[in-house]
Design a protein around this ligand. Structure first.
Ligand code: HEM
Length: 466
């Protein structure tokens, strides 16, 4: 146990995407394999952190800058990648089991079966060849392409890296995502981290929920740091996911069921998510997405599901009459609701994501074009955070009363035979059954996000080995 506190003096050592939302419209994720020589790959990594930003591309840190950069660059390694870099055996074995096993071996646990199973994943994701996830965010396609060109030249220098695949994402018009919802309101406020964009009534998350080496969300407990200390400290983990969305299926589900239960399509969409498509939380405005007293933009995350002791909310949505207990955002963050183990706010994720593919056009429903979300779910423990949420809260329904063994209606691995979504209303519960899965996993990678010190350490291992 450590009592270390995060402060901005650590920001230059921490990869930026852990603490900052870059708010850039474009992203390109490169999946890379280390070939031939670990030393050449270490040279590549060393170049990204040598501080010589005038002449080379640099990993973006969490240090704030008054000038918004044109691009941001971050790097993660799978366990196979760390092995290919020839880290010491005692270092390798100090990583957590779920990371060592990797996303393909853990797929069944998180519900990636059938069409979502790793054998159907794209771009060599989930194979032992996928070593590095290099993520480039950019302000414009010009910047994206020019930085890509420089990076590709670096990959091939000294025959260091092979690009197995790349995956492009782009913000959709009006800040919407493919199911039509605005995203990006709820992120954990991290103790000692940058100030949040949106006010929240929840206690700030301890830094050790997202960074290795600080006290975690579990009192008296710090997650073990991979060794040596300079490799593990200030690092984090990310579950990268390519999530294909069946927008046509989702819209048909809404259209077909809304009239059956006497609800508008938009209200049913809100019940599925927990927010209206414009982001207004159901708990704050249960009947309309345009409340008479508009909700200020920075208040869009200022709510809870049970009344708070300081009387901030004069209602109590314990039964889910406003926001169903099974709605996507209520399941993935039950806030102060009573859940098994009393951990409603102990399994949080930092979410970074962008859509991929063109917007859905209802005039061309079956256009055979793949679209979805490139999601990054960042946490200090893939087991206790990402996997916990997927197994206990998304794809199972016994963690709190009123779920009736249902799965997340939006992202759960539902089947028409078993699916069920219960919507409590003042006139009694309305139940929708017989719908299928709307989100299919098309790729995944569990990656370690090392600190800048750790990247330098990895790069310097070369000289140790010579
Ligand atoms: C394509 C798949 C997905 C879609 C379309 C989707 C959509 C959304 C939307 C619209 C929101 C509300 C925006 C906000 O509160 O900021 C949201 C919130 C959230 N989602 Fe998802 N999501 C997807 C996948 C996932 C997955 C796989 C996870 C878990 C591993 C997840 C976890 C969360 C969490 C934790 C929140 C914030 C809840 C809160 O704090 O109130 N989502 N998602």
């Amino acid at each position: 146990m450590t009592d270390l506190k995060l402060s901005d003096s650590q920001f230059p050592d921490i990869q930026g995407l852990i603490l900052n939302t870059y708010k850039m419209p474009l992203v390109r994720h490169f999946v890379l394999q280390i070939i031939n020589s670990a030393d050449a790959a270490k040279d590549f990594i060393g170049n990204l952190v040598n501080g010589n930003s005038a002449s080379s591309l640099q990993i973006t840190t969490a240090s704030s800058s008054n000038i918004k950069p044109d691009y941001c660059l971050n790097i993660g390694f799978t366990y196979e990648g760390l092995k290919a870099l020839k880290l010491r055996d005692d270092s390798l074995s100090s990583f957590p089991k779920e990371f060592i096993q990797g996303s393909a071996a853990r797929a069944e646990k998180v519900g990636d079966t059938g069409a979502s199973a790793p054998e159907n994943w794209k771009g060599k994701l989930g194979t032992p060849e996928a070593h590095i996830l290099l993520t480039l965010f950019a302000q414009s396609s010009h910047v994206l392409e020019s930085v890509t060109m420089t990076l590709r030249a670096l990959f091939t220098q000294q025959n260091a890296l092979t690009e197995l695949s790349h995956h492009d994402g782009n913000a959709l018009p009006d800040g919407r995502t493919h199911f039509g919802f605005k995203d990006g309101f709820s992120q954990p406020t991290i103790e000692g981290g940058p100030p949040p964009d949106f006010a929240s009534p929840l206690p700030p998350a301890p830094a050790g929920e997202f960074l290795l080496g600080y006290p975690s969300q579990h009192p008296g407990f710090t997650f073990p740091i991979p060794t040596p200390h300079e490799l593990g400290f200030n690092g984090s983990f990310v579950a990268f996911r390519i999530l294909q969305q069946d927008v046509d299926g989702f819209e048909k589900f809404l259209q077909e069921n809304a009239s059956k239960i006497g609800m508008s399509v938009e209200k049913l969409a809100a019940k599925v998510c927990g927010r209206w498509r414009n982001g207004v939380p159901l708990v704050l405005s249960p009947e309309t997405d345009e409340p008479q007293i508009p909700i200020a933009p920075n208040q869009m995350n200022n709510f809870d599901y049970v009344s708070s002791s300081d009387d901030r909310h004069n209602f109590d949505d314990k039964r889910g009459d406003r926001c169903p207990i099974g709605a996507h955002i209520r399941r993935t963050n039950p806030r102060s609701e009573k859940v098994a183990g009393n951990g409603g706010h102990l399994h949080r994720l930092v979410r970074r994501g962008l859509s991929y593919g063109p917007p859905y056009d209802p005039a061309v429903p079956n256009d055979d074009i793949e679209r979805g979300t490139l999601g990054m779910f960042i946490c200090v423990s893939l087991l206790d955070q990402f996997e916990f949420i997927m197994t206990q809260w998304v794809n199972d329904g016994i963690f709190t009363a009123g779920l009736d063994r249902t799965k997340d209606p939006m992202i759960g691995n539902n089947t028409p035979e078993e699916s069920k979504f219960v919507i409590p209303t003042e006139e009694g519960a309305k139940t929708i059954k017989g719908f299928s899965q709307f989100v299919t996993t098309r790729g995944g990678a569990y990656c370690f996000l090392p600190s800048i010190t750790a990247l330098k350490y990895i790069a310097s291992l070369q000289s140790v080995l010579i």
